[in-house]
Design a binder for this molecule. Structure first.
Ligand SMILES: *[C@@H]1O[C@H](CO)[C@@H](O)[C@H](O)[C@H]1NC(C)=O
Ligand SMILES: *[C@@H]1O[C@H](CO)[C@@H](O)[C@H](O)[C@H]1NC(C)=O
Ligand SMILES: *[C@@H]1O[C@H](CO)[C@@H](O)[C@H](O)[C@H]1NC(C)=O
Length: 635
């Protein structure tokens, strides 16, 4: 055992193997049925395995004509078919079902080429005689991810013998083959309530798979909550855990990836034991999410799980380095969840005892009845049958809707638009400004989202849950930009400045954080009016300083100067300036006269270049008082 551990090296692989060993590939292939409608002598019914990509028409059926490519080289469909949608049917009521051979490339690529060529569905023929298999999409790391998103036709896998009988007829060339593909029995539909479960994970650092499941949860939330609230469905979230083999419980690896003494483990999110988050933290958050569901379910509000999970992902992701207990508790607070009850449900992760909640999870990982074992994430199970196809809102809704007994499906199954009105209650747990009523809560088809709004052209920025602040131009017009302001004696003081696009800054004469500003008492602080014998009087937003005797206070220098002398000096300055200005004007007028009289046009042109300079000099000398002079000079 020890050497085995050494060879494998990674505990993750080891733990996976332990789970695999116990469950030993109990895998159930989900099927639809295919009936041959014509030719008459081939009339029969066959099973087909639903592919794990594209959009199976759950609850529905399709009648179409089979086409098998004529060129031997193109029967695999591994490269794009020539021409403009060569398999597009001219009769909309009789679409093309393209038959291709297994091999040479990914199943999903065949489906993509079939879709591009105008086929309405794809059948892939097995190349050996064996039981049906499920066609899966390629590993996330390969290049195929882009088109897999865009796959919208259903794909089915059929057995070699059935495919051969179709090919034989088509080869003769005088008869066409009509098939009916039927997905209506793919999901059992015994009653008016659908039970479904999603196997997921709170880890958001596992690449495409994690993004896929999170996007699905976000997009499906609105529908899921309506179905749950109105009692049409019973949804249960599930989380896979692994366990640490007994001999390794005390190893560093098990200690960092497991809780409850090796009983419940999760792989390290970064696959690096030395850095970032540990598997232990993932198991613990998974447990919290399970407990959120349990506790919420006790008060008949199980749908709050969808809010918690999406909010946790937005606010507490690993990517943002916020994946923590504290952040989780903030989210629970926003949603008004009873934190203590949830903590009690989670128990002590260090205790050497079973955790009742996680034990149930480990037991249900093993498939029973018509469902296979759950070994990959995400896995969606509807009425105990594993969902196949793209994990996407409309496809999943269609599959769930096909799980209701005929005529009992809710109206949501018939229409696509809905209003959730979740913002009406507790403002959906989003930010709201109690003064203005401006709110970050928005009802969308995805349920409520917390997004800082844009009001009257003013954009708000923030996390949408606890803070939103107006930013950009015009922000001071709304609630004064969230900043402090005050009016005293008819004068307005504000900490919001249009020239600063964010934040609040107390105006001059005040101090504070911009939310609250206090008048600075310059006299008490001795920051002003320190001149000898001066008397200081504080005012709101400023101060008055009086000099001893009749002196004049100069604020810039914080000194006093002789009032009389200064008045006289000021007068003299003005007089001198006035005289200079008049002299300048006289000289200038004379100069202009001379120019007009004696200079020819060429010299005038040269001189005119100097004229603006002249003007400027005058202005500087005469200051503002001599505006009229300036005006006359510009004739
Ligand atoms: C949720 O509560 C219902 C009863 O209201 C119960 O039947 C169901 O098992 C509960 N689900 C979970 C996951 O505890
Ligand atoms: C929740 O619903 C069940 C039946 O659906 C009911 O028996 C129970 O009293 C409800 N619990 C609360 C707290 O409303
Ligand atoms: C704008 O306000 C912020 C926050 O109060 C402050 O840190 C920053 O210096 C201000 N910028 C300017 C240009 O005044």
């Amino acid at each position: 055992m020890k050497s085995f551990f050494g060879v494998v090296g990674s505990l993750w692989v080891l733990m996976t193997m332990f789970v695999m060993k116990e469950t030993e590939g109990r895998f159930v292939v989900e099927k639809s049925s295919i009936s041959v409608l014509s030719p008459i002598d081939l009339k029969s019914k066959h099973d087909a395995a639903i592919g794990n990509f594209g959009v199976p028409d759950y609850g529905g059926s399709m009648v179409g004509k089979v086409v098998y490519p004529k060129k031997p080289a193109s029967t695999f469909g591994c490269s794009q078919f020539e021409g403009d949608q060569p398999f597009k049917s001219k009769l909309p009521s009789r679409p093309t079902i393209l038959l291709l051979d297994r091999g040479e490339c990914y199943f999903a690529l065949k489906a993509w080429n079939a879709q591009l060529a105008g086929a309405a569905a794809l059948l892939v023929a097995d190349f050996i005689d064996e039981p049906l298999i499920t066609m899966d999409s390629p590993e996330a790391s390969s290049t195929g991810d882009e088109f897999i998103e865009k796959l919208s036709i259903p794909s089915l896998f059929i057995q070699r013998s059935f495919a051969q009988s179709i090919k034989d007829i088509l080869q003769k060339g005088d008869q066409e083959v009509l098939l009916k593909i039927d997905w209506s029995e793919s999901v059992p539909h015994p009653d008016k309530r659908v039970e479904y479960e999603l196997w997921t994970n709170s880890n958001d650092e596992c690449g495409v798979r994690c993004d896929e499941q999170m996007n699905f949860i976000k997009n499906f939330k609105g529908h899921a909550q309506i179905l749950e609230r109105e009692g049409y469905t019973m949804f249960t979230p599930h989380y896979i855990t692994w366990y640490c083999p007994k001999p390794f419980i005390l190893s560093d690896q098990c200690q960092s990836q497991c809780i409850n003494h090796g009983r419940y483990c999760a792989p390290d999110p970064e696959q690096d034991f030395g850095q970032g988050y540990n598997g232990k933290e993932v198991v613990f958050e998974n447990l919290r999410q399970l407990c959120v569901h349990r506790v919420a379910n006790e008060t008949n509000k199980s749908w709050v799980w969808w809010d918690y999970v999406t909010d946790f992902h937005v606010r507490c992701s690993m990517k943002k380095k916020r994946y923590s207990k504290e952040c989780a508790e903030d989210v629970m607070n926003s949603l008004g969840l009873p934190i203590e009850k949830i903590q009690k449900c989670m128990g002590d992760p260090e205790a050497d005892v079973d955790n009742e909640v996680l034990k149930v999870e480990q037991d249900s990982q093993v498939g029973k009845g018509s469902r296979g074992d759950v070994t990959i994430l995400p896995t969606l199970v509807i009425n105990d049958v594993q969902y196949r196809g793209k994990l996407e809102r409309t496809s999943v809704l269609r599959a769930i809707c096909s799980g209701f007994k005929e005529t009992t499906a809710p109206s949501i199954c018939l229409s696509d638009d809905l209003e959730t009105n979740e913002c009406l209650e507790r403002n959906g747990g989003c930010w709201i400004d109690s003064k203005t009523g401006i709110s970050a809560c928005k009802d969308t088809f995805r349920g409520r989202v917390c997004e800082c709004p844009s009001v009257n052209g003013v954009q708000y920025q923030g996390d949408g849950y606890t803070t939103c602040e107006p930013v950009g131009a015009g922000r001071c017009t709304v609630n004064n930009g969230g900043c402090w302001s005050d009016i005293r004696d008819g004068q307005r003081f504000s900490a919001c400045s249009m020239s600063n696009l964010t934040g609040c800054t107390c105006p001059q004469g005040f101090r504070g954080d911009g939310q609250i500003c206090e008048d600075i008492n310059e006299c008490k602080d001795r920051t002003a009016c320190q001149c000898d014998g001066c008397t200081c009087k504080n005012t709101y937003g400023g101060y008055n300083c009086k000099c001893k005797g009749d002196k004049l206070y100069i604020a810039d220098q914080d000194t006093c100067i002789e009032r009389k002398a200064s008045k006289y000096a000021w007068f003299v300055t003005l007089l001198v300036l006035g005289v200079v200005a008049i002299a300048g004007l006289a000289g200038y007028v004379f100069y202009r006269y001379r120019l007009r009289a004696y200079m020819d046009s060429e010299i005038m042109a040269i001189m005119s270049q100097y004229m603006p300079l002249d003007n400027q000099n005058h202005n500087q000398i005469v200051t503002h008082e001599n505006e009229p002079l300036h005006q006359t000079s510009s004739v």
